[in-house]
Design a protein around this ligand. Structure first.
Ligand SMILES: Nc1ncnc2c1ncn2[C@@H]1O[C@H](COP(=O)(O)OP(=O)(O)OP(=O)(O)O)[C@@H](O)[C@H]1O
Length: 762
């Protein structure tokens, strides 16, 4: 996950004291600045009568701030970040007695004064504890039995594959609530080695790192993604000078080690703060090694620099503040630690498969295909499918029933196998006789039919025809949905003409017949009658358009033909509805006229007899008149309603008519194109047409002339070659009108073609 560099945040916390050196330490109200004055030149260790002053700019100065506020300002965001998958480190640094432990752990006696760690534990689940002492790491929680430990002996810092570090051998304790976590904290605190110290009887002479591991998973069990984070809560040992501790023997040794490890820590911080430094000496000490990712890696890091604001501690205060300033320059790159649980992922996918299987079986049940299995086919089943395919290819089986998806896949696999086998056989057959086949291709169709290429075009033993069809069979077959194959056939016959034979003009006459198709042709079609001698010649000519059109509708154009039929069905239904509505309107109109007439008659009669009035002198409506008025009102309403329906249905009818026209045009256009591509146009022309509008010079004159001789029979001149291709549809139309006299169908077909626009999208 990408991450952005963010600087370590640094806070200063001042330990409250009655002897606070107000003359030396000043806290301006902005709570982010600290001004310190000193008479001593700390660099040379000598007294100086001149007052030197320093200003330190930090992320916050915590002077007289409660434990709760300290947690809120320093730690809360880091802890919450850990829940979101970011590693976090909160570290306390400072001289002995400055309040590091107070800040991190707090005063154990009062709940109110508890420190950052117990407060953080309120928000987390797992706790992981370790201590570094005299370059020896001790598991403070090893005394607890239930802990899961990877190594019962030595603790070592190891680099993790992702770039982080961990301590191998530490015990890991799972906690379920805050109380369990606090028990572990206090157990660790108790076990922490306390050295007697002249400066502070309760001073901790070790660095202490509490690590809380957080793993957050979605409540949705199927969600395999989860995030992890580590929260390091670090209470470093005091950073005071050796001379000041007055320690001797063991305590002095401890102080030396502590100072050494803090020096290494300072070196690491210096290296990290300097962008020019390439090497950061993390491995110099176990402390820096263990804190590697907290200091320069994938972590939100906060430092609390604790100072003891008395005049006697001003040197240590300055030293702590300088360390804090350097730490401010260190950049970390926090990023979310997101993982995918492979076990859960597999479980999720298994569940999904199970669900899909159930859905499939439900679908099978609903479609009366009970007992259908989509499991991988057994060998026997595969053999069964193979036999079915063989029988199907040899014509012994009309169709292969669809049983399941796996069965369909196997059927396809078997088909492919057969094709590949046949291709191989064919290649073997053609190999030595290649020249002969080439020659055979360049001979007349009748020569081919006489069997000069032997097995090519013959039906194989398995009943699967391969290779070149005999010319005489070409147009008897079902028209291939693939124009390329038909085009190849065409090419072959053209090659034949180009090579030696003169162009056979009369064989193309039938091909030039326009597509004389009308709406009626879509459903029933009578192939145009041909003279017997014409039929003889047609062995080498394209199939009659009408016949080809039927094939086209059944195969290549089946989808558009289906849409056309659907649209026509809707149109017919709407037209019937419109007719009914027209009848209703007319009938209502007749009734209206009649009732109006009756009413008028009634009123005229009444007029002559005199108006009936009530006692109050109001005109009184007689029952018969009232009935007529009510009927009139009823009829007017019915008329209005029917008229509304009529209008909307009429709109629908014209829309449906439009759709039908679109589809019909599209079907005819697609058919024309397919027919020409399959049987008439040479590849060179098609490739030119596919590139877009034809420009002058695009198609060589000789090609155009070849086309003409090839049977398109357009009155082409060299100059008009371009316009022919650009205006192909118009040419078709013209041809249609020239053929008007030939058959009544052609009249309908050409009319429909000229009227309808050609649409690009259906
Ligand atoms: N902000 C504070 N408010 C009240 N008491 C404090 C504060 N800071 C420190 N003290 C008190 O000062 C004493 C020393 O503090 P503490 O033990 O935390 O220092 P330390 O820096 O951890 O020392 P060491 O490095 O020796 O462990 C403790 O008694 C603690 O209660």
């Amino acid at each position: 996950m990408s991450s952005q560099a963010s600087p370590v945040k640094v806070f200063i916390r001042i330990r409250p004291t009655a002897n606070f050196a107000h003359e030396l330490i000043e806290c301006p109200p902005d709570q982010q600045t600290l001004k310190v004055r000193s008479r001593k030149d700390s660099n040379k260790g000598k007294r100086n009568n001149q007052l030197s002053s320093w200003v330190f700019q930090l992320n916050g100065v915590l002077d007289n701030v409660s434990q709760e506020d300290t947690y809120d300002r320093v730690a809360r965001s880091v802890v919450l970040g850990a829940f979101a998958g970011y590693n976090g480190t909160i570290m306390c640094f400072g001289q002995t007695g400055a309040g590091k432990t107070y800040t991190m752990t707090g005063a154990a006696e009062t709940y109110k004064h508890r420190g950052i760690i117990p407060r953080a534990l309120q928000e987390v689940i797992q706790i992981y504890d370790k201590e570094v002492f005299q370059e020896t790491m001790v598991d403070l929680l090893s005394s607890i039995k239930q802990g899961k430990s990877s190594n019962s002996g030595v603790l070592t810092v190891i680099e993790e594959p992702g770039g982080g570090v961990s301590v191998k051998g530490l015990s890991l304790h799972l906690v379920h609530n805050e109380e369990e976590a606090l028990n572990l904290l206090f157990e660790g605190e108790m076990n922490r080695i306390i050295g007697e110290h002249a400066l502070n009887k309760h001073s901790s002479r070790s660095h202490c790192i509490f690590t809380v591991h957080i793993e957050s998973r979605s409540r949705t069990l199927s969600d395999a993604k989860y995030i992890t984070s580590k929260l390091n809560l670090v209470d470093l040992a005091g950073s005071e000078r050796l001379s000041k501790t007055g320690s001797e023997g063991q305590a002095q040794m401890e102080a030396m080690y502590i100072n050494k490890s803090l020096t290494f820590l300072e070196q690491v911080i210096l290296a990290l703060a300097d962008s020019r430094r390439e090497h950061v000496p993390f491995r110099q000490s176990k402390l820096t090694h263990a804190l590697k990712d907290s200091l320069g890696g994938n972590c939100n890091t906060v430092l609390v620099a604790n100072i003891y604001g008395e005049a006697a501690q001003i040197e240590e205060t300055l030293s702590t503040l300088r360390f804090a300033t350097r730490m401010k320059c260190v950049q970390t790159k926090p990023s979310i630690n997101e993982h995918v649980d492979p076990v859960l992922q597999v479980r999720r996918l298994e569940k999904e498969i199970q669900f899909l299987k159930e859905e499939l079986s439900m679908c099978n049940t609903l479609t009366n295909r009970v007992g259908v299995s989509n499991e991988i086919l057994s060998e026997t089943q595969v053999e069964e499918v193979r036999t079915q395919v063989q029988r199907y290819l040899s014509g012994l089986l009309d169709e292969i029933p669809i049983v399941s998806i796996t069965q369909i896949q196997e059927v396809f696999a078997q088909f492919k196998k057969v094709v590949l086998e046949q291709q191989k056989k064919l290649r073997e057959q053609l190999g030595p006789r290649n020249t002969r086949v080439e020659k055979a291709m360049n001979t007349t169709p009748s020569t081919v039919a006489e069997g000069s290429v032997g097995a090519v075009g013959e039906v194989e033993s398995c009943g699967y025809g391969l290779g070149l069809a005999k010319s005489s069979q070409k147009h008897q077959r079902t028209v291939s949905p693939k124009p390329s194959k038909a085009r190849k056939d065409k090419q072959i016959s053209r090659k034949e003409g180009a090579a030696s034979q003169p162009p056979v003009e009369n064989t193309t006459v039938q091909a030039e017949q326009p597509l004389n198709l009308s709406e009626s042709d879509m459903t029933t079609h009578e192939p145009p009658q041909q003279a017997p001698e014409e039929q003889q010649h047609r062995t080498d000519s394209p199939p009659p358009k009408a016949e080809a059109f039927e094939d086209f509708k059944a195969e290549r154009g089946s989808e558009i033909n289906r849409i056309l039929k659907e649209n026509k069905a809707v149109l017919s239904e709407r037209t019937t509805q419109l007719r009914i509505l027209t009848d209703v309107i007319n009938a209502t109109k007749r009734d209206l006229d009649y009732i109006t007439y009756e009413l008028r008659q009634f009123r005229e009669r009444k007029q002559s007899q005199g108006q009936l009035v009530s006692a109050e002198g109001e005109p009184v409506l007689e029952e018969a008149e009232l009935s007529l008025v009510m009927q009139l009102k009823e009829l007017k309403n019915r008329y209005r309603q029917a008229y509304e329906d009529f209008r909307s249905t009429k709109t629908e009818v014209s829309y449906c008519q439009h759709l039908v026209n679109q589809c019909r045009t599209r079907l005819l256009t697609a058919f024309e194109r397919w027919y020409n591509e399959s049987f008439l146009f040479p590849d060179e022309v098609l490739s030119v047409l596919e590139t877009g509008p034809v420009r002058p010079g695009h198609i060589p004159v000789d090609k155009a002339l070849t086309l003409e001789s090839d049977g398109l029979h357009h009155k082409l001149h060299a100059d008009s070659t371009v316009s022919f291709y650009n205006a192909y549809n118009r040419t078709q139309k013209r041809r249609g009108s020239r053929q008007v006299s030939r058959s009544p169908e052609s009249v309908r077909g050409s009319r429909s073609k000229t009227k309808l626009p050609i649409l690009s999208v259906i």
